[in-house]
Ligand binder design. Structure first.
Ligand code: FAD
Ligand code: SF4
Ligand code: SF4
Ligand code: SF4
Ligand code: SF4
Ligand code: SF4
Ligand code: SF4
Length: 670
């Protein structure tokens, strides 16, 4: 450990244009830094992350024989790697670098208090110098990476990511909780703005997944446990009892030539009828079922909650021996180097906005129900009808922002991002299919931001759709006709509106899937304020997470349409493939270390470690604690707990933390 008196620290202060210099007196801060113990250089520059800015650090390390570098600039999340690299180029161990955040935590929040901000910046720099004076050389640990990846969720995001990984030669486990792949996109009829058929563009990709030799598809399967770290994740999967064997599973049981071939005879004889979830219960299914004819894989599933175990399906399946009504969940553990989460979204339960009458009024439906009703393969063969009487609706209203951009505490405060565009698409589909129909869109703003989206908006206006700017306050049903009275204010004409319509479609908000919290926690991923999974950095690392080796794709990270979903999936696949192709990763060396002579072998820390990195071992005839460095995430729990002070936390040592506290509390007096 370097002695304080030996330390030679260089301080470099960034203006960030006027981002920092606009609120902090840089000259005063520089003069102050020169007075701090161990500081031998105090410099400033307009943009420290620029090449000349980094050059200042490189030159000063050699010229002033620096033992530590402090940069007072933005958040370490943004530029710590940049300045570590500059320190390394200058010949210093990169972990002898410390950053003082005087932008996000200072100039941006104290922009009207120059004096106070400058005083706070002095505190930050003083604290950083105190730590930098005690920093030690550290060396990252290199670990090999398993040549396999895992993708959770097989909507269009998960499908695209898996295909990219597989085509890059990486064996990829694709895990889908439902019996089939495709996600929400397989429920859509056409897609904006090109109006190409959703199934037609998705089905080839679904078939490719089934055929790709590098994709190990596991449907009706969920992630049960996650252990390990980047390069070496051990993922335990729960394969839910499907009640039906694939041909491979049948072969494993010795029924060669057996297994499900998707003939559907079993569903034909099954006496139990249920609502088909894929069709929002607007069509039936049996207790042994597939959701729709294009499912991948084309294997039936037994719904054990409604099956009465009559055995009729087993009899008719006969020699194929595909049905096992006593099947139970099974578990397996797979080893992968990286993982992508692509768990998508659910609809916000729009019945919570009681004023619009969803679930009370038959002719109030959601956008996804509209998709199924207008789809040729849907429950009505593509004929849009009113649920109450099967009649063709001639006056249809669309309520936009239904439950989105809602600060009442009932709905979601964010914009769901694709509902403006799909409502425009729905308006077009009505004009196309029902001559003479009148369409009203009740909107707050129309957000048509993508490529050719604004042009699509003009096209729908030209087709005759009426746009009424105002939030719908209430919908009331005429009990006799089942027509709906929509109440709102036209805020452009400033007059109240009461329109009688045949059908109302709610462009419901979207929200994370119910299980997202579970999957998130299993992989150690955080969530943002709005509940979606949190990316590592919104601009510079939108596919990464704070857990190394875990990436995000699609709507699970926030609402986005299909083009953005596919683009992010390709980005996530590329990012997830890099460690696998490199073959090894470097782990930050913030490990706990046990000082054997101080360890009493009490074992109390072992169960505290959230990552299972600690174990008691026998050394020289007594028990001491041992750290598996590759598993340790440097969280500090054991270090903070150990009653004997036997744990040394690299880069966050007790003397370093005490020096920071002293520097803050004692200020200039130390
Ligand atoms: P999803 O499609 O939701 O797929 C997620 C998958 O993950 C699902 O299969 C789910 O079962 C699975 N899953 C979830 N949790 C787990 C778990 N724990 N374990 C395993 N699997 C799990 N976009 C357009 O660009 N054009 C359009 O025309 C269009 N129309 C739309 C119309 C409506 C009414 C709606 C609501 C949306 C529309 N969209 C449209 C948006 C489009 O649906 C999304 O962009 C797209 O489906 C996002 O794909 P995804 O893979 O991220 O999520
Ligand atoms: Fe701005 Fe950070 Fe770059 Fe300085 S180092 S110019 S604070 S982004
Ligand atoms: Fe046909 Fe048997 Fe499969 Fe049912 S389980 S679809 S009867 S092969
Ligand atoms: Fe249907 Fe179950 Fe009877 Fe099979 S055993 S036919 S799935 S009710
Ligand atoms: Fe409202 Fe349009 Fe945003 Fe959807 S996309 S929440 S309809 S503004
Ligand atoms: Fe006990 Fe501390 Fe040793 Fe852990 S490191 S076994 S808590 S003495
Ligand atoms: Fe486990 Fe300690 Fe490492 Fe935290 S710092 S991961 S508790 S060994």
């Amino acid at each position: 450990m370097a002695e304080k008196k030996e330390a030679r620290i260089g301080v470099f202060i960034c203006h960030c244009g006027t981002n920092i210099a606009g609120s902090i007196d840089i000259k005063a801060l520089q003069e102050y830094a020169k007075t701090l113990p161990n500081v031998v250089v105090a410099d400033e520059y307009q943009y420290m992350c620029s090449t000349p800015g980094q050059g200042k650090i490189v030159d000063a390390i050699a010229e002033s024989k620096l033992t530590g570098v402090v940069v007072a600039a933005c958040s370490p999340r943004l530029h710590e790697p940049t300045f570590r690299m500059a320190s390394k180029v200058g010949g210093l161990n990169p972990f002898r670098f410390e950053m003082a955040n005087i932008r996000e935590q200072n100039s941006w929040v104290h922009m009207h208090d120059r004096e106070g901000a400058t005083a706070k910046a002095k505190d930050s720099v003083r604290i950083a110098v105190a730590k930098a004076s005690l920093l030690e050389d550290l060396f990252p640990k290199s670990v090999p990476v398993e040549k396999a990846a895992l993708v959770v969720g097989a909507g269009v995001a998960g499908i695209q990511a898996s295909l990219d990984l597989a085509n890059a030669g990486i064996p990829t486990y694709l895990i889908e909780k439902s019996p089939t792949i495709g996600g929400r996109m397989s429920q859509l009829d056409k897609t904006f703005p090109t109006l190409d058929c959703s199934q037609c563009i998705l089905t080839p990709k679904m078939v490719d997944v089934g055929r790709n030799e590098n994709i190990i598809l596991k449907t009706y399967t969920e992630v049960e446990k996650v252990e390990g770290y980047i390069g070496n994740f051990d993922i335990t999967l729960r394969k839910k009892a499907r009640g039906v064997l694939t041909p491979d599973e049948a072969a494993e049981r010795g029924y060669v030539g057996g297994g499900c071939n998707g003939c559907g005879d079993c569903a034909g004889v099954c006496p139990v009828i249920k609502g088909n979830e894929f069709e929002f219960a607007m069509a039936p299914r049996k207790a042994i079922y597939i959701y729709h004819p294009q499912v991948v894989p084309n294997i039936y599933t037994v719904d054990f909650e409604s099956c009465i175990k009559c055995g009729l399906c087993v009899d008719i399946c006969g020699d194929k021996k595909a049905i096992d009504l006593e099947m139970e969940d099974t578990f397996e553990t797979v080893k992968v180097g990286t993982a992508i989460l692509a768990t998508g979204y659910d609809l916000f339960p729009i019945e919570k906005k009681a004023e619009w009458g969803y679930n009370r009024y038959e002719n109030v439906i959601t956008g996804l129900e509209f998709e199924r009703l207008i789809c040729a393969s849907g429950p009505t063969g593509g004929h849009l009808v009113r649920p109450s009487d099967g009649q063709t609706p001639m006056k249809v209203g669309f309520v936009l922002c239904a439950g989105s951009r809602d600060n009442t505490g009932v709905g979601k405060p964010y914009c769901s991002r694709f509902c403006c565009m799909y409502s425009l698409k729905h308006a077009h589909q009505i004009h196309e299919k029902i001559p003479g129909a009148r369409v009203y869109l009740f909107y707050m703003d129309i957000r048509s931001f993508g490529k050719m989206y604004e042009e699509f908006y003009y096209r729908i206006q030209d087709e005759g759709a009426k746009f009424i700017r105002g939030r719908v306050s209430n919908i009331l049903e005429d009990a006799t006709t089942k027509n709906l009275h929509v109440f709102t204010e036209d805020t452009l004409l400033q007059r109240p509106i009461n329109l009688e319509l045949d059908l109302v479609v709610l462009a419901s908000a979207v929200q994370p899937v119910a299980e997202e919290d579970t999957i998130r926690k299993l992989f150690g991923v955080s969530k943002s304020q709005d509940g979606w999974m949190l990316e590592a950095h919104p601009k510079l690392n939108p596919c990464g997470t704070t857990t190394a080796g875990v990436f995000l794709a699609g709507v699970c990270q926030g609402p986005k349409d299909i083009p953005d979903t596919v683009a992010q999936a390709e980005g996530a696949a590329s990012a997830a493939s890099i460690p696998i192709h490199t073959g090894k990763v470097e782990l930050e060396p913030y490990f706990a270390q046990c000082m054997d002579e101080k360890c009493a072998g009490c074992g109390m820390c072992v169960n505290l470690c959230p990552y299972g990195a600690l174990a008691l071992v026998e050394k020289n005839g007594r028990k001491v604690m041992e750290v598996t460095e590759a598993k340790c995430k440097g969280c500090g729990t054991c270090g903070g707990f150990c009653p004997g002070g036997a744990i040394h936390m690299q880069h966050f040592t007790t003397p370093q933390i005490v020096a920071q506290i002293d520097a803050f509390l004692l200020g200039g007096e130390q």
